[in-house]
Design a protein around this ligand. Sequence first.
Ligand SMILES: C[S@@+](CC[C@H](N)C(=O)[O-])C[C@H]1O[C@@H](n2cnc3c(N)ncnc32)[C@H](O)[C@@H]1O
Length: 260
Amino acid sequence: MMNKNKGYVNQDYLSQAAQMFAPIKLNSYEKLQANNIHSLIDVGCGTGIDTTTIAQLHPQIKNIIGVDYDKEMVEQADKLAKEKECSDRTQHQHANSYELPFEDNSFDAVRAERLFMHLEQPEKALREMLRIAKPGGRMVIVETDWASMSVNNGLDELERRLSHYFANEFLNNGYSARRLPGQFKAAGIENVEIEIKSLQSYDFQLWLLLSQHTVMMEKALQDNFVSQKEFDAWNSNLEDNSSKKSFFSTINIMTFSCDT
Ligand SMILES: C[S@@+](CC[C@H](N)C(=O)[O-])C[C@H]1O[C@@H](n2cnc3c(N)ncnc32)[C@H](O)[C@@H]1O
């Protein structure tokens, strides 16, 4: 099971992130080529933002399943499906991506967004997702390339070290996005299209929230990865940049899509 303290995000986080990710989410739905599909599974579905939006956008998909191994997320996702009046076609269930409780070749489309960064065994989850996809179906995976995050701080060497710390120590699989092309190839899938979009933020408070920066910095200090002096200088530069309106950060989000 995922350690809730390692990269864990709560329901509020997911709804804030969904606003920033809205264009990326929409683009990922298009890549599902949803007009041609009748069954879809979203693995690591969280609060059901995507399952229920896809249900509303594509009434012809009669069987939409979301799975997540956090029971609270699953309950919230079912609640959202009821609120959005699509629960007749959209169900959510508790399941681990390593052992998906479905027969081989069950779904026309298999989707996952920002799941792989949490996985200690990403290859195993990818194999499972391919197993339950029908031959000739679609697969779409959206992942954040966390180590691509750039932050205008001034302490540029520390910025690179912190990027590595976040990807390597704060998450189970922070380099997930850049590892996926090789993992697809190892799983025998060659025809993967990769689209990379950069999210940009001038909004310091929103960035603090979405990057989980405060929690990460406190952990880095506790782990003695940064000294108190570096910690103070880093935070003071960020505050300074924010007050001078020179705060700026970017990060790459990768969308992988292929026929299965
Ligand atoms: C960052 S959230 C993304 C949620 C959703 N895909 C979205 O875009 O809003 C990652 C989700 O993956 C789930 N998760 C993590 N590890 C999992 C696993 N091994 N099996 C199933 N779900 C998992 C978490 O509980 C969480 O809901």
